[in-house]
Design a protein around this ligand. Structure first.
Ligand code: C5P
Length: 309
């Protein structure tokens, strides 16, 4: 790497609460979600180039787009356009966050590319401008910049930091293949309309979502058992409907001693909270033997958001 190279490390997330309100007129859903950054990371390296190029390495690199649909490329172009310059950068993503897994891997790369290009091009973009650009790129991108634990409202892009104590121990069961986020939201609407009739999934017909007080208290006091009991995800039924085998994954982790289990975001990754590091290792070992997932990862959190290395 030359001295001009810039590298940003960015974490994955799990939504410890994902309360989904009604479908808005713009097609997005009103959310009250508690984002939690965990220590599984992608890195995005940026170096000077004559034009925008993008390369990806990592186990699932083959299924990551390297064209302008990649959020890292879109982020570089958005930042350049904001400043009226050309997006001259060679971006390289080292991917360790599960792809299309409900852990905001694509959003993480978008956030990292914003930070990396800002540093490479010496722009000094104000942080609030970076957050505004991040929100235009996607609902989860601002949180990937923010890190830690935060309440996301609106479509998830309006963030309020949430105080926490200590560190929590997570195990993630990675499924074979991803799930499309729009498809999972669509299935959530379909299930709601099946139960309540046409239009019953729309905003105004579903109560406004709100943060769960017991969950916030558990985070503030560092009470893992209380956090495990308070985990909730309104997209879980939809993810299970599209991928029924995830029920077996959730059961395997719970039977192995996890104190909380849920689908991460829109899935299909399943997240398990453990009492401590030793219990996390035991849950991870049991999941690996269960035959209900492709891969098992352990991570602690909360951790900071996108960071220049
Ligand atoms: O914001 P982002 O591009 O990441 O969202 C991807 C898709 O997920 C949206 O097109 C929409 O279908 C769905 N979504 C939603 N409500 C949200 C966030 C995402 O319906 N609050």
């Amino acid at each position: 790497m030359s001295v001009a190279d810039v590298t940003v490390r960015v974490p994955a997330k799990v939504n410890v609460q994902l309360a989904v309100g009604g479908r808005r007129a713009d097609g997005y859903h009103a959310l009250a979600t508690v984002f939690f950054a965990v220590g599984l990371y992608d890195t995005v390296a940026a170096r000077p180039a004559d034009t925008l190029t993008l390369t990806v390495e990592g186990r699932d690199a083959a299924v990551v787009p390297t064209d302008d649909s990649n959020l890292a490329a879109r982020a570089a172009r958005a930042l350049a356009a904001h400043h009226g310059i050309d997006a001259k950068v060679a971006l390289h993503i080292a991917k360790d966050i599960p792809v299309a897994g409900g852990m905001a891997g694509g959003s993480a790369d978008g956030a990292a590319a914003l930070l990396a290009c800002d540093a490479l091009w010496g722009l000094g973009t104000p942080r609030e401008t970076l957050f505004a650009l991040a929100a235009e790129l996607g609902s989860d991108v601002p949180f990937s910049l923010h890190g830690g634990v935060a309440l996301g409202e609106g479509r998830g892009e309006q963030l309020t930091p949430i105080p926490t104590s200590g560190s929590f121990h997570w195990v993630f069961a990675v499924a074979d293949g991803g799930l499309s986020t729009p498809a999972v939201y669509g299935e959530c609407d379909r299930l709601r309309e099946l139960a309540g009739g046409p239009g019953s999934a729309d905003e105004g017909r579903i109560p406004a979502p709100a943060a769960d007080r017991a969950l916030l208290e558990a985070l503030a006091t560092g009470d893992a058992a209380a956090l495990g009991a308070a985990l909730s995800n309104d997209l879980q039924a939809a993810a299970l409907s599209l991928r029924p085998a995830l029920t077996d994954t959730l059961r395997a982790g719970s039977e192995a001693g996890a104190i909380g289990a849920l689908v991460s975001g829109s899935g299909p990754t399943c997240a398990f909270l453990a009492k401590d590091a030793a219990e996390a290792s035991a849950v991870a070992a049991a999941l690996a033997l269960s035959g209900t997932c492709r891969d098992v990862r352990q991570a602690e959190g909360p951790v900071p958001g996108a960071t220049l290395l």
